[in-house]
Write a protein that binds this ligand. Sequence first.
Ligand code: FES
Length: 170
Amino acid sequence: MSEKKQQVSRRQFLNYTLTGVGGFMAAGMLAPMLRMAVDPVLKTSSHGDLANVSLSVDDITDEPQRVDWKIDQVDGWYESEVTKTAWVYKDENDEILAFSPICKHLGCFVSWEGSEDFPDEFYCPCHGGRYYKDGTNVPGTPPLAPLDQFEQKVEDGMLFLGEAKEQGEA
Ligand code: FES
């Protein structure tokens, strides 16, 4: 019975060893980089969560009131605290409405009764944009769409607001 001897040369041994160690070190360096690159994408973002805006439903009247609240916003790798604002009131059916103050013309800040000349309307000072109380844009003024409306829910008598969506958007 003949036994074929397989010999590994010193050169081959060094090649195997260095390739193995090099591969191990490369994997060790690449893994954290890969994780850093992919992790924020995989994380669930705070988008879509409804935040408690610290406003009791009992304190909401038929007069639009400005409500400010803060949320933690995760934008890819950047995390920040963002202040959000809504105009909130109850309509004649006691339904709560929460409108975005961002003008649909060029994005200026819209205020309730922001102009003495136009009572009972939202007013944008930038180009004289106007909206009726229900958020609909007044025809003949610069905005071409109604104010966005916040998703909302009421829990334990408190108002929670989420994303502002275009009116009519599901
Ligand atoms: S940005 Fe509001 S009217 Fe132009």
